[in-house]
Design a protein around this ligand. Structure first.
Ligand SMILES: Cc1cc2nc3c(=O)[nH]c(=O)nc-3n(C[C@H](O)[C@H](O)[C@H](O)COP(=O)(O)OP(=O)(O)OC[C@H]3O[C@@H](n4cnc5c(N)ncnc54)[C@H](O)[C@@H]3O)c2cc1C
Length: 442
């Protein structure tokens, strides 16, 4: 066996066990940092020989739902970070260590875009295996359904290339049900021919949240699939890391990306932009320009989050949300965002994977930075108030956004759960793989 297994106390163990949420401390039985698919095979053979399980991780963004790793060898994939783009076929091929930030600027220079999400530092493979809700989603669907091939090492230690022809059932399960079927070494997926987008954000004082959110919600009822947008409440803490004029201030924010020429997008977004935001950053730009639009923290930090899918919000739903987290609520969550889903993300397709479509019309995500232990209780209380207020519109969960260890039945229809469990029994009968949001819980 040609791999080093980093054990507790060994050089490199602490450097390789980090998570995006620094409140967590994961302590796997061992860590492997493969540089080749062959070393992934070695890692799987090692885990099996030692009677351990195996889990793959790139960034540790989704470390919380993984739970205890005391019986698990963790494969950290950062070194498998190759990226190549076939411009003629509009296909990207990435190693499992690639981040969206490794691909998007390069694709953008070639007049191409990917169905990436809001943050360049998210791992492409983890995002894609769990679904992938991004800026072009209403027009082009979930990223998992743009995947054309997955290369992985399976529970027998065999390297496989899985696509719609080679093994339709495994290919189906991989696209939405996370890393529960193998350690992925590479992924191929379709890119979009996009040279320019019209994108930006509007920042209003938080006191105008009701007017802004209701105008946005009305717009979502008719806006075409070419526009994907988000409405947010944001309370920026008064800390030096936050730039002026955000630092210490609260805003109602609308962000949008339109796959349309500027004139057409401007006309569609007029009801919002005519509200006269003191800060309006909308501009025509290459796809790489949207990387910072959502302002997610680039570095690991301490936080608590909560999320749910929402059925079509009525005006009452907007009022309920703002009562819980708006200007008069007394809450101070860093961000409460409502993403407009639907469109192609809400439509099933015969050729789609296990996450064929997203339930509901909107995706709610609240998050707070928790810099001290004392900040946890109020953060949890505010997130709980948000969740309770939106219960009447609850449409289930999108597992990539869920930090809780939840049964997959909250995210998939019953026949899909049954089919996934059958696939797990077939491809990983010993439950060797330890994924976040496992197909078989417990
Ligand atoms: C700041 C931030 C912004 C985000 N924005 C979005 C967004 O806009 N849209 C969206 O849909 N999601 C978004 N997410 C959620 C993100 O997609 C999930 O957390 C995803 O799981 C991250 O993948 P990762 O590889 O970076 O994380 P990791 O924690 O490293 O991996 C997550 C899971 O993916 C699986 N996995 C990863 N690599 C492999 C592999 N090589 N083989 C097999 N399984 C593997 C495993 O089950 C692993 O537990 C965001 C998360 C954060 C923290």
């Amino acid at each position: 066996m040609g791999i080093d297994v980093l054990g507790r106390g060994s050089a490199g163990y602490d450097q390789n066990r980090g998570t995006f949420n620094v409140l967590l401390s994961q302590e796997p039985a061992g860590i492997v940092t493969p540089r080749t698919p062959g070393e992934v095979i070695d890692a799987i053979e090692y885990a099996k020989a030692e009677g351990l399980r195996i889990g793959a991780q790139r960034t540790g963004h989704a470390a919380e739902p993984l739970g205890d790793l005391g019986d698990t060898v963790l494969v950290r994939t950062a070194a498998l970070n190759t990226v190549s783009i076939d411009v003629d076929r509009r296909i990207a091929r990435v190693g499992s260590g690639a981040l969206w930030g490794d691909l998007v600027p390069r694709a953008s220079e070639l007049g191409l875009a990917a169905c990436h999400g809001s943050t360049p530092t998210v791992g492409i493979v983890g995002y894609s295996l769990g679904g992938g809700v991004g800026w072009y989603g209403r027009k082009h669907g979930l990223q998992c359904n743009r995947v054309t091939a997955v290369e992985l090492v399976d529970a027998t230690g065999t390297e496989l290339r899985v696509d719609a022809e080679s093994d339709p059932e495994l290919f189906w399960a991989l696209r939405g049900a996370g890393g529960d079927f193998g350690v992925v070494t590479a992924l191929e997926f379709e890119l979009l021919a996009v040279r320019e987008v019209f994108a930006g954000a509007l920042f209003f004082p938080l006191e105008r949240a009701a007017e802004v959110f209701h105008t946005w919600h009305e717009l979502t009822r008719t806006i075409p699939d070419e526009v994907t947008s988000v409405a947010r409440v944001m309370n920026f803490p008064p800390i030096p890391e936050i730039p002026e004029p955000m630092r210490g201030n609260s805003f109602a924010v609308v962000e949008a990306v339109a796959l349309l020429p500027e004139a057409e997008a401007t006309e569609l977004l007029a009801p919002l932009r005519d509200l006269g935001a003191p800060m309006d950053t909308f501009a025509t730009q290459p796809p790489a320009g949207v990387a910072g639009l959502h302002m997610d923290p680039p570095e690991p930090c301490p936080y608590a989050g909560q999320s749910m899918l929402l059925n079509d919000l009525t005006g009452d739903g907007i009022d309920a949300l703002l009562d819980a987290v708006g200007p008069d609520s007394g809450t101070q969550l860093l961000s409460v965002e409502v993403r407009h889903d639907g469109g192609a993300m809400g439509r099933d397709g015969a050729e789609h994977g296990a996450l064929s479509s997203l339930a509901g019309e909107f995706l709610l995500f609240g998050v707070n930075i928790v810099p001290t232990p004392e900040a946890m209780a109020p953060s949890k209380a505010w997130l709980g108030a948000m969740r309770d207020a939106m219960q009447p519109w609850d449409a289930g969960r999108y597992l990539n956004f869920s930090d809780e260890d939840e049964d997959i039945a909250v995210a998939f229809p019953a026949p899909t759960v049954e089919r996934l469990r059958a696939a797990k029994a077939k491809y990983d009968p010993e439950n060797l793989f330890h994924a976040c949001h496992p197909v078989v819980s417990g």
